[in-house]
Design a protein around this ligand. Structure first.
Ligand SMILES: CC(C)(COP(=O)(O)OP(=O)(O)OC[C@H]1O[C@@H](n2cnc3c(N)ncnc32)[C@H](O)[C@@H]1OP(=O)(O)O)[C@@H](O)C(=O)NCCC(=O)NCCS
Length: 424
């Protein structure tokens, strides 16, 4: 068997997408693929002449069939302290069952990493369908996510002094103008958050008429904007699960909140009051919240908030020097870290970090390190999802002496825990 990695263009995009979706158990129709090209990749399908420099296919040279796939969207991601770095958003990774375990996935992801490096991306990031797959390629747990179910029959929000936040239910047209602006203000201040293009918004909020007007399953989206001092300061996107019944007080109505974002604390509290105030609902579900989210502390009966914590965004370092120089540190310091052990030759080595907290100089050096760790663990420690002490207890860090661990913990401590709620 011989397999060749080829670019994806207008002629093979349908087969590329068919191959991706085959491993996830569905077959996309052509209109859905065209919408993806238009919205997600922001390519004008009718005038698409050049191959994409972001999508790859592995072709079986004997049959011409696309047997493996991968791609990289472009994002910028906020790092501790508020700077941003370029991220290749790895997506569409799959190998057909007929061609498994022959190294196709490895070839595709390695090529995506080298393309990201050539483009000047500082990291690659992804959401994993299987959490055991990516550590071997240097990906670390950079944000955690919580999926929540709240039984509102048995808990409510603690009474709070309510600031004067005004709400407005808006249609999708207005939502698509206002919500991206609010999100953009939020994400620039949130460690671990990414930007979202206009295409991305269209893509995730797309509803065909059967979804929008249906009376079973989930209904169409509702959009509520929050205003503080008459300026937009937050929003919620939600829909009702009609199967649960929301027409009668004896039904067990479920409200699916797609997203709540606010730019300040008062708006966040007020938006939760709005959500809890929706009637004929006994259960609220919301996914991809931050483990540090304050809602748990805002409930009369916190146990009624069921939290499932799993991995969120995985990050793989592409340019260690740029990445380490871009974040702000909690304190001045000087430490030498060796990244080793995952056979990621393009990034492994020893790096000295010297910082006054804001200005940082990082150099690749040839000297004995204070600490050795895997690239995946550094990605995680960098954003603060997991502390150096936790990795040390897990047996993942080799330290020269206890002071090195104290110095690392002090420097890399983050004031704001990371949160990424942009899935791709
Ligand atoms: C996961 C998947 C992409 C792997 O593709 P593949 O071409 O068979 O992978 P490779 O042959 O390049 O294997 C790469 C490494 O991962 C390991 N690996 C691959 N799939 C694995 C799995 N499901 N469980 C454990 N290890 C796995 C291989 O053993 C290999 O390790 P090695 O280098 O130490 O030998 C493929 O099985 C698939 O499409 N699965 C369903 C979709 C999916 O989960 N995609 C990931 C999207 S986030």
């Amino acid at each position: 068997m011989s397999v060749k990695i080829i670019p994806v263009d207008k002629s093979n995009i349908f087969n590329w997408r068919k191959s991706v979706r085959t491993v996830f158990g569905d077959i996309p129709d052509d209109d859905v693929v065209k919408r993806m090209v238009r919205d997600r990749f922001m390519i004008d399908f009718d005038n698409w002449n050049e191959p994409s420099d972001r999508l790859l296919a592995a072709m079986d040279t004997k049959t011409g069939q696309i047997v493996g796939t991968g791609g990289a969207d472009q994002y910028v991601l906020t790092v501790p302290g508020g700077n941003t770095i370029g991220m290749a958003g790895i997506m569409g990774m799959g190998t057909l069952p007929t061609h498994k375990r022959k190294g196709i996935f490895s070839s595709v992801i390695n090529k995506l990493h080298s393309q990201a490096k050539e483009r000047g991306d500082v990291i690659a990031g992804l959401w994993a369908s299987q959490s055991l797959l990516y550590t071997r390629f240097g990906y670390g747990l950079s944000t955690l996510r919580e999926d929540w179910t709240i039984n509102t029959n048995h808990t409510n929000l603690l009474k709070q002094k309510r600031e004067s936040i005004r709400f407005e239910l808006v249609d999708k047209e207005k939502a698509l103008i206002e919500i991206p602006k609010i999100y953009d203000t939020f994400r620039k201040c949130q460690n671990g958050a990414t930007d979202r293009t206009e295409g991305y918004w269209n893509y995730i909020l797309y509803e065909d008429d059967s979804a929008k007007y249906n009376k079973s399953g989930n209904c169409g989206f509702f959009f509520v904007l929050a205003y503080k001092d008459n300026k937009p300061s937050g929003y919620a996107i939600y829909n009702f699960n009609k199967e649960s019944g929301v027409a009668h007080e004896d039904d067990k109505g479920t409200l699916d909140v797609q997203e709540i974002i606010s730019t300040d604390k008062e708006t966040n509290i007020a938006l939760w009051h709005y959500i809890f105030g929706i009637e004929l609902v006994e259960e609220i579900k919301i996914n991809q919240r931050a483990p540090s989210d304050p809602l748990y502390l805002m409930l009369e009966n916190p146990r009624k908030l069921k939290r499932e914590t799993i991995d969120g965004l995985w990050v793989r370092i592409v340019d260690p020097i740029k990445m380490l120089e871009k974040r702000k540190y909690n304190s001045e310091g000087n430490i030498t870290i060796c990244i080793a052990g995952q056979n990621q030759k393009d990034i492994e080595g020893t790096y000295s970090i010297e910082t006054d907290g804001t200005n940082t100089e990082v150099k690749k050096v040839n000297k004995k390190p204070d600490i050795s760790m895997k690239a995946s663990d550094l990605s995680s420690i960098y954003f603060g999802a997991v502390s150096p002490g936790e990795y040390f207890q897990a047996g993942n860090l080799e330290i020269e002496n206890q002071n090195s661990l104290i110095e690392l913990s002090k420097m890399f401590f983050v004031q704001q825990a990371p949160w990424c709620n942009t899935d791709f």
